[in-house]
Design a protein around this ligand. Structure first.
Ligand SMILES: [Zn+2]
Length: 323
């Protein structure tokens, strides 16, 4: 699909910044090529400190626009943050776009990180050539996005697609969003690491030097550890149930899975697939695709959309002809 001249300009130069719970990842993209990229720890004191870190990155790069992907929701005008559950500080109503615009004198686009990831995978990654796709990002939590007719849906406050906050276990563990038993409390990276930590502690063999990680759990499962396989099996069953509901509700059958904890999904897959298979009569065989762009996909999506939507107010993100 070719972008119109008056519409997306994904070939402009932009800085894309992806604010994660642990790290900030950024890419400087110009003429459809990534010319620089980097990672730094996410400041934990609050949004002013995060804004200062973004401004410092921007100072070192000559770009037309800046896109910022965030793990949460935005105000209706998409200029301020509202709910950012996994990063320290008070993000409610923080005017991030205006703060950055004053600091950098560049147009600023704010967007949800899963929607940024989806937009990049749709333009350049494994969803290229598809128009109707459900995206799932597995990291500390679980993000999601939906593309229909080649556009990633955002909706008011960029809130469409929160697969990680659909209920997987009614009355279950408290979630950062304020509800209980959300999918990410069962299958998100933090939940998986916590479950593995408890298993190790019950064996009297917790890590001495650092907390357990989802990667430790995946490694143990791959080496045949029964408890590790069981944790990922429970998580996979929950992912299958929620994903099956989403696909049936939307009538879709293509899924792209990415994020830093996506290797856990490979181990979960035997537990995910039966639930999807059971939905076949309604939606046909489900295609599960691995994301193709790696850990900088969110930053790429933010950069691509920063030049495409300089006003920052698009309610959907049309497919960008990025190359
Ligand atoms: Zn939740």
């Amino acid at each position: 699909m070719v972008a119109t001249r008056s519409g997306p300009r994904p070939d402009g130069s932009a800085l894309g910044v992806d604010i994660g719970a642990t790290n900030i990842k950024w890419v400087h993209r110009a003429d459809a090529v990534v010319v620089a990229r980097g990672t730094l720890p996410t400041p934990t004191a609050g949004p002013a400190q995060v804004a200062a870190a973004i401004a410092e990155i921007a100072e070192a790069h000559t770009v037309e626009a800046i896109g910022v992907a965030l793990p949460g929701h935005l105000s209706p005008d998409l200029r301020s943050t509202t709910t950012i559950p996994n990063i320290g500080g008070d993000w409610q109503d923080f005017p991030l776009a205006d703060t950055l615009q004053r600091a950098t004198a560049k147009p600023i686009l704010l967007m949800n990180d899963a929607r940024a990831f989806a937009s990049a995978e749709l333009a350049l990654g494994s969803a290229r050539g598809h128009t109707d796709v459900v995206f799932m990002t597995m990291g500390t939590g679980i993000g999601g996005a939906i593309a229909l007719g080649g556009s990633v849906l955002r909706g008011p406050g960029d809130r469409i697609g929160e697969i990680g906050h659909m209920t997987a276990e009614p009355g279950g563990a408290p979630c950062g969003c304020g509800a209980r038993g959300c999918l990410e409390t069962v299958a998100g990276g933090r939940a998986l690491a916590g479950a593995w930590c408890r298993t190790l502690a019950s064996r009297g063999m917790g890590h001495q030097d650092r907390p357990a990680t989802p990667e430790d759990l995946v490694r143990a499962a791959r080496s045949g550890d029964t408890a590790a396989l069981e944790i990922l099996g429970i998580a996979g069953t929950a992912v299958g149930a929620v994903l099956g509901c989403v696909l049936v509700q939307l009538g879709l059958s293509t899924v792209v899975v990415g994020g830093g904890v996506a290797p856990a999904f490979d181990v979960m897959r035997p537990a995910v697939e039966p639930a999807l298979h059971d939905r076949q009569r309604l939606i046909g065989p489900v295609m599960l695709l691995a994301a193709a762009l790696g850990p900088y996909a969110g930053a790429m999506g933010a950069a691509l959309n920063a030049t495409a939507h300089p006003s920052g107010a698009a309610s959907t993100l049309p497919r960008l002809s990025a190359i």
